[in-house]
Ligand binder design. Structure first.
Ligand code: NAD
Length: 499
């Protein structure tokens, strides 16, 4: 356990969390119509940190109407693409200038390590913003040499235009609140859309700060709005007929509700959902590299990562080595608050989520499974779960099938590559996977057959703004990142000219 080395939160962040928060609509803070408030907690202590409005359907309608008015007035889409790009690049500069405060705010509210907030939540996000800003000036259609035969003598030239889809709702989970909000915000803005972001009720603070920084960067009022709230707010947003597109990240059950609501209005939608992601270690696996890789891939952000590895299949010839090595490494991890840069394991996001993860662990204990690490409570006041490794887990065990979204790894041996492929694919999810080997033929064989939107080889979890990200099967519909992100926020218009 460690906590004496915790960094002191800046005066600016302390002042920010003490604010009387409202909704961010039309370029400023507005008092909510709803009188309900949501308490926001510090997961490292369990103490209340702030409160935000729990927006109702009237608030959602207000936000969408403002975003619609901004879209229809073309105050954003009507800018030259180079001007949109410049403003988004300025936004990235402001994120950079405020990086430490944003990282501290995220760690305070979400619980994750300050190292992860600095490097990933904020650091990687700034790179993502700069990458996506560049797309504003690179959105193109095609020219088409068409063969329409009538009337005789007339020739046609056709081309396509990519136009902004319209008003977007970005619905965001609590695991990477700033980063995932930006995954929706910036490609939507690069394409010329306006947006309403709904952060998770557990972690609304950085989205509210992002909106201020975007305004400061030059994003006009009404283009980027934030409504804070829970399920009722999310449902009202998903069902709003004024939307053109919903970009949702969250759990598979909620994603199904969002898709169902969207279809009623023919609102376009994309869903980034859950995962139960396998790692497959072949007989030639570099054991040390693989252990280090799955420690990151499995325990980054306490396993609260949609693409986190949770099922590890190891060739029997290396099984004991990997299982013992993992157990030793995990048992040696230090536990403490995210603000302590030396603490390797930090609290989960909420008491409710901690209890959910503990229930999964209790079920595995009741099933008589063999624990190599974890399984006992953490004697600290926040929402901690001890990192857990469970060995020899049967394929039909609940812990092998359900998304835990916490620091729990199952490790099992295999003998035959066909068997392991079948086991890896036998899941309703298909978000991500990794293969650990330098046997090119065996690796490529698995890469082609694994049902997953991303397959890493000899690593697990790194993302890049240019690399498409999304799920097969019940892990989602659509892709984010790269040109796919822009594609998702545009409509294609055919123009056909007779001459
Ligand atoms: P969640 O589905 O409970 O909530 C996600 C968001 O949806 C929240 O903002 C929530 O308030 C809102 N919401 C709730 N009910 C709604 C409704 N009826 N209509 C519209 N919105 C509604 O998910 P969570 O617990 O916040 O996040 C964890 C889940 O997210 C995990 O399953 C994880 O795998 C998934 N996730 C996926 C990705 C990905 O890119 N594939 C990334 C991060 C998290």
């Amino acid at each position: 356990m460690s906590s004496e080395k915790a960094i002191v939160v800046s005066d600016a962040v302390q002042a920010f969390v003490r604010r009387d928060f409202g909704l961010f609509i039309n370029g400023g803070t507005q008092r909510a119509h709803s009188t309900r408030r949501l308490d926001v907690f510090n997961p490292a202590t369990g103490e209340r940190l702030a409160s935000v409005p729990d927006a109702d359907a009237t608030d959602v309608d207000n936000a969408v109407r403002n975003a619609r008015a901004a879209f229809d007035a073309c105050i954003w889409s009507g800018l030259r693409p180079a001007d949109r790009e410049r403003i988004l690049l300025h936004f990235a500069d402001l994120l950079e200038a405020n990086a430490e405060d944003l990282a501290q705010l995220e760690t305070l509210n979400q619980g994750k390590s300050i190292n992860v907030s600095r490097a990933v939540e904020v650091g990687a996000t700034i790179e993502y913003v700069r990458y996506m800003a560049g797309w504003a000036t690179k959105i193109t259609g095609e020219t088409l040499d068409v063969s329409i035969p009538f009337p005789p003598g007339v020739r046609y030239t056709a081309f396509t235009r990519k136009e902004p889809v319209g008003v977007v709702a970005g619905i965001v989970p609590w695991n990477f609140p700033l980063m995932i909000a930006v995954w929706k915000l910036v490609p939507a803005l690069a394409a010329g859309c306006t947006i309403v972001i709904k952060p998770s009720p557990e972690t609304p603070l950085t989205a509210l700060r992002l909106a201020e920084l975007a305004l400061e960067a030059g994003v006009p009022p009404g283009v980027f709005n934030v409504v804070t709230g829970g399920r009722e707010c999310g449902a009202a947003l998903a069902a709003h007929p004024g939307l053109s597109k919903i970009s949702f990240t969250g759990s598979t059950p909620t994603g199904k509700l969002v898709g169902t609501a969207a279809v009623q209005n023919m609102t376009r939608f994309s869903l980034e959902l859950g995962g139960k992601n396998p790692a497959v270690m072949l007989a030639d696996v570099d054991v040390e590299q693989a252990i280090q890789g799955v420690l990151v891939g499995g325990f980054l952000n306490q396993g609260q990562v949609c693409a986190a590895v949770s099922r590890i299949y190891v060739h029997r010839s290396k099984y004991q080595q990997v299982a013992n090595g993992l157990a030793d490494a995990v048992n040696a991890m230090t536990i403490g608050p995210g603000l302590d840069p030396t603490a390797q394991v930090n609290p989960l996001v909420s008491a409710q989520h901690r209890d959910r993860v503990q229930q999964h662990i209790a079920r595995a204990q009741a099933d008589g499974l063999r624990f190599l690490a974890g399984g006992t409570p953490v004697d600290l006041p926040g929402f901690y779960v001890r990192p857990t490794v469970i060995a020899d887990v049967p394929h039909d065990a609940a812990i092998m099938r359900d998304e835990v979204f916490g620091p729990v790894l199952a490790v099992v041996p295999f003998d035959d590559t066909d068997d392991v492929l079948r086991l890896a694919n036998d899941s309703p999810y298909g978000l991500a996977a990794s293969v650990w080997s330098n046997d090119l033929r065996a690796v490529m064989n698995l890469v082609q057959q694994i049902d997953a939107g991303t397959v890493w080889v000899n690593s697990h979890v790194p993302l890049d703004p240019g690399m498409p990200f999304g799920g097969y099967k019940q892990s989602g519909i659509g892709r984010e990142f790269g040109k796919y992100a822009i594609e998702g926020f545009t409509e294609t218009k055919s123009v056909c000219i007779a001459h």
